[in-house]
Design a protein around this ligand. Sequence first.
Ligand code: ZN
Length: 162
Amino acid sequence: MTSLAQTSDELQDLYRELILDHARSPRHFGKLPDATHTAEGINPLCGDKLKMYFRIDGDDRISDARFEGSGCAISVASASLLTDMVIGLHTDEALKYFSALVTRLAGVQPTDNDNAGDDINLGKLRALEGVREFPSRVKCATLAWHALNSAIQRKSQPATTE
Ligand code: ZN
């Protein structure tokens, strides 16, 4: 019993390190001049304001991702983890991570028939699961992902061709 608790504490520490690392030195931070899809994420409760940039190629593959803005450590770390993960993914795969993460953070246990969070390995995103204990921070952790979702959903709009 104590060893289990200890293991979980150690994992928590590792995850906290990962979050702090991404918050302190965010990956892919800045504008993406040739972005094809962008979306803003605003979380007024906390004051997080992020802008996400994606370059999505003709085959629906995300070839680059960046973000800028400001927010708390969790929102910035989550956006940084997002950009790290989605580059190279098909938009369908990226959306699977989105729904898996949102499902997990909402504390919903996926059932066998519900593959929203089951068939996907959250990997480093598990670092964000700690916020489940702090419901007000769930919005911080999912903000960038909601922005990713709306950026991708807008793909039906005419793509700008210059
Ligand atoms: Zn926040």
